[in-house]
Design a protein around this ligand. Structure first.
Ligand SMILES: Cc1cc2nc3c(=O)[nH]c(=O)nc-3n(C[C@H](O)[C@H](O)[C@H](O)COP(=O)(O)OP(=O)(O)OC[C@H]3O[C@@H](n4cnc5c(N)ncnc54)[C@H](O)[C@@H]3O)c2cc1C
Length: 319
């Protein structure tokens, strides 16, 4: 029924999407390729949306065929089940890139990768966004997660977000105070695709901001396993403590499940090796949580977004 390229398919859903979308439609897309953890099964189909009409077509197809959707940014905070995703996965293509500067306001497409956006804004003589050079997500994923690092977070700069609503096919502008941004969390509706965001930054010296970016990148190289497949912090930090410290204290760094292991460099990072499965990562997360709960009475909350059906739990049970 499903080939893995844009070639022939006898799946009417795929034919319908290809007729409606300018962006590429791939049947049976392995989502592992779209994530930094490099594990997880295929989506029924993946659409790389180039324009609002592509998103509208995905929303319509999901409604008509009773399918769930999954928005994938840079996949840097996603653990997709080995069984894959039975619905449509959507990424934003180059039609959702680019930025405009108007004084201290920047409006950028949600597909912009945060690290390159941080450099571009430094070159524009704007400061305050250097931290984003260390977060390998997209602007849209960064808004959804209220990404942050080195003492700053998205909520510090965000003025408003442009949301495309998959259920209605309408674009809406939401001011930041409607987004419910808090530590690595937002209250964005589940059908909202962030397609653009407006940030307020401060004037700054380009060389000074570039130096700041270099220092931040060096700090990351020294302290985090950035060259191995991972999803960043697996757990959010509990109030007044550090998830990495807790995981290390329960012997986490010695733990391996199948092809998944805790990083030697930072105990809040799980690394996957070739042959690892999403179930390995999930089992390691559960073991670490259990050990920390037994030892410290603290329930670590996963920061990584787990999607799809895992054998050990009903959908959406973790988190
Ligand atoms: C090495 C490494 C270091 C990291 N360091 C940090 C850090 O310092 N601070 C930090 O906060 N995070 C960090 N992360 C995690 C991750 O980069 C952030 O959570 C980032 O914001 C995720 O963006 P993404 O585009 O990759 O989103 P994805 O991982 O693709 O998706 C994450 C969630 O956002 C949703 N989403 C994605 N795009 C959109 C969109 N356009 N509209 C609506 N919803 C969307 C997805 O459906 C999913 O629920 C790190 C990850 C790695 C691999």
């Amino acid at each position: 029924m499903s080939d893995t390229t844009t070639g022939h398919t006898d799946d009417p859903l795929i034919a319908e999407l290809r007729a409606a979308c300018e962006g590429e439609v791939t049947a049976g897309m392995p989502i592992a390729e779209l994530t930094t953890l490099k594990v997880g099964g295929p989506a029924r189909a993946h659409v790389e949306a180039m324009r609002d009409e592509d998103l509208a077509a995905v929303g319509r197809a999901c409604r008509e065929h009773g399918l769930p959707w999954l928005v994938v940014g840079r996949g840097s905070n996603l653990l997709v089940a080995d069984a894959g995703w039975q619905g449509l996965a959507i990424s934003l293509g180059r039609g959702f890139r680019g930025y405009e500067v108007d004084g201290d306001l920047v409006t950028a497409g949600a597909a912009e990768p945060l690290p390159s956006l941080a450099v571009k804004l430094a070159n524009e003589g704007l400061s305050g966004f250097a931290w984003a050079a260390a977060v390998p997500g997209s602007l849209g994923g960064g808004v959804r997660m209220n990404a942050g690092a080195h003492g700053s977070e998205m909520a510090d700069h965000l003025v408003s977000a442009e949301l495309f609503r998959l259920s209605s096919g309408v674009r809406e502008t939401w001011p930041v105070d409607h987004l419910g941004l808090r530590y690595r969390h937002s209250d964005l509706p589940s059908d909202a695709v962030v397609v653009a965001a407006t940030l307020r930054l401060a004037p700054g010296d380009t060389d000074a901001v570039r130096d700041e970016i270099s220092e931040i990148k060096q700090w990351r190289r020294d302290h985090q396993p950035i060259n191995e497949p991972n999803c960043g912090s697996v757990f959010t930090n509990p109030e007044g403590d550090s998830a990495g410290r807790l995981v290390e204290a329960v012997g986490g760094k010695e733990l391996t499940v199948g092809g998944a292991r805790v990083s030697d460099l930072h105990a809040n990072f799980i690394i996957t090796t070739p042959g690892a499965t999403a179930a390995d990562v999930r089992a390691l997360i559960r073991t670490l949580r259990q050990r920390v709960a037994d030892e410290f009475g603290i329930d670590l909350r996963p920061e990584v977004q787990m999607v799809g059906d895992f054998d050990d739990a009903p959908p959406g049970a973790e988190g």
